[in-house]
Design a binder for this molecule. Structure first.
Ligand SMILES: NC(=O)c1ccc[n+]([C@@H]2O[C@H](COP(=O)([O-])OP(=O)(O)OC[C@H]3O[C@@H](n4cnc5c(N)ncnc54)[C@H](OP(=O)(O)O)[C@@H]3O)[C@@H](O)[C@H]2O)c1
Length: 240
């Protein structure tokens, strides 16, 4: 973020798009812990899920793919953390990503969440289990008109093609539990360090928030894994 506030003058202002979900609420917590000013966007029916933060953040109720909602929420923000979810069959994820790309400040750091199934350059190597899971669950969910994974793929394609200061964080399988620390990452699924395929959701959120101030992650699509998982520990032992 150029225009980054000088420490002591004003805190970073960040917007969490999809703030009421599990990942979103963890990101709000991490951002508040850093003293950031936080704006959260969530569906009107989910505002109550942010009750714990009611007096600490500004909530903008509305659909995350609504450009006017996003324009209002991201105004003046130094960074935007977006939970990309492929709900429904009407381009919700694509609309959300596009609204953020269109309306965030030109220098803002834009950090998006997705899963390992997203590939930036097509050279990720997936296990048969993951390929079958995506094919079967993806088709079933689309048939039921609940979720369209292709929409999240398209949303990320829009982000990858943009000249904004983006990072797309690709999460492994997730679990709940106390923080273990900042996840480790690699450019390609299939790399040995990622083999454990497990990250605490609280640490996924930590990585997203840390990415806001880590310029080495600009225009990267890190695939992450928990730093205490066997594959991460084995990697650290070999590459201290
Ligand atoms: N779950 C996993 O195992 C996993 C693995 C790897 C990566 N990821 C990635 O992690 C991110 C968060 O996923 P999560 O599974 O942990 O979920 P989550 O944080 O609970 O977020 C779900 C989001 O979807 C919204 N949502 C739910 N139903 C909706 C609907 N019908 N229409 C529009 N929005 C709706 C929720 O908003 P409300 O609060 O309004 O319901 C919330 O913002 C995603 O980017 C996902 O791709 C997840």
């Amino acid at each position: 973020m150029t225009d980054r506030p000088v420490e002591g003058l004003r805190p970073l202002k960040v917007c969490v798009v999809g703030a009421s979900g599990k990942l979103g609420r963890y990101m709000v917590k991490h951002a508040l812990a850093r003293g950031y000013e936080v704006v959260g966007v969530c569906r009107p029916q989910s505002v109550d899920k942010l009750a714990d933060f009611a007096d600490k953040i500004t909530v903008v109720p509305g659909a995350t793919n609504n450009p006017s909602v996003i324009a209002r929420a991201v105004a003046g923000c130094d960074g935007v953390l977006t939970v990309l979810v492929p709900w429904g069959v009407h381009g919700y994820a694509t609309g959300t990503a596009q609204a953020v790309l269109d309306h965030a400040a030109p220098d803002a750091r834009l950090v998006f969440s997705c899963g390992w199934h997203i590939s930036r350059d097509g050279t990720d190597v997936y296990t048969r289990r993951l390929r079958v899971f995506i094919a079967v669950v993806g088709s079933l969910a689309r048939w039921l008109r609940l979720v369209n994974i292709d929409d999240q793929v398209e949303a990320c394609r829009c982000v990858f093609a943009s000249h904004r200061r983006w990072t797309v964080v690709r999460g492994s399988d997730l679990e709940e539990g106390d923080s273990q620390g900042l996840p480790v990452w690699s450019r390609h699924v299939g790399d040995a360090v990622l083999a454990s395929n497990r990250t605490r959701r609280v640490d996924f959120a930590l990585f997203m928030v840390e990415a806001l101030t880590d310029d080495s992650l600009v225009r990267e699509a890190p695939a992450i894994v928990g730093c205490r998982t066997p594959s991460a520990l084995a990697h650290t032992a070999i590459h201290p």
